[in-house]
Design a protein around this ligand. Sequence first.
Ligand SMILES: [Zn+2]
Length: 325
Amino acid sequence: MRYTYNQETCRYEPIVVGSGQFAKKAFQFLGISLLLGAGLLLYYNSQYDLLDERVEKDKNEMLKSQWQVLHHQLEQMSTDLAKIEDTDDNNFRTILELEPLSQSIRDAGTGGHEKNGEQISNPIIKNSAILANKISDRITIEQQSMQELGEKLEQVQRERASRPAIQPISNHNLIRLNKIFGLRLHPIFHYIRPHNGLDLTAAYGTHVYASADGQVVYAEPASGYGNVIFVNHGYGFETRYAHLSRYNVKKGDYVKRGQLIGFVGSTGTSTNNHLHYEVIYNGKYINPISFLNTDLTQDEYNKLIKHNHDDKTARQKQAKSSQSK
Ligand SMILES: [Zn+2]
């Protein structure tokens, strides 16, 4: 309550303001305050929003361009991977007689990622995430394919190494090759009987080489054969080397193609120094000629033999050094 001094009554009396007048003043005051406040607020907000937006916009632009670079790299990876998949299917798998991977196998496991991607709300990042996951799955499939190729390659190499592909006596030492295979008049018994191998005439003591990788399963004298070596090559193949003067291997030894296994002689039913060489496939005698690699030059043959000699010499040295320890 406010008071004023009344000179007529010489008293302090309360100021009485009419209700209409009071309301008018109050509204004026409130109105000005509100206008001022609102104006300040608007000004402040407008300034603040502009700044904030600009920073956010710059940030977004930067992120967007960074994402574009990343996404482009992903697409490039996908293209490169497709080239590898194509080479795998149309070269490696074809050469090794494996079926190309079907699209359903190549796509296997890539189905779930649309779902994984759905958790990401940003559509741009979602696409990249799905692509990255697909690439990852395709790499896994390709790795499995490469492993399969590696195993198949090893198998093919083992099979090839097991084929009795080389002549067990070097052409350099060969005096005569008797290609008669099948029925013939036996030179000693003088009656018709099958001749189940090749006769390679060579001087006494000439080196006899294993025609393929395998294991010696027999290295003892046998009637007719004389000193003979049986080598089991696996995959249905066996070779026999007869009429030897001496052995260079014993039963149980593993031998490599071109490895020195024995020496030419004339033991058993034989009239002259020669090697009787047989090839057996799945228990049946077959003509060794059909397996001989005739494309091999003397140089290549020598290298093969020398290579395996070196191998053996190295193995023997290693064995000796480990024995002396
Ligand atoms: Zn013979």
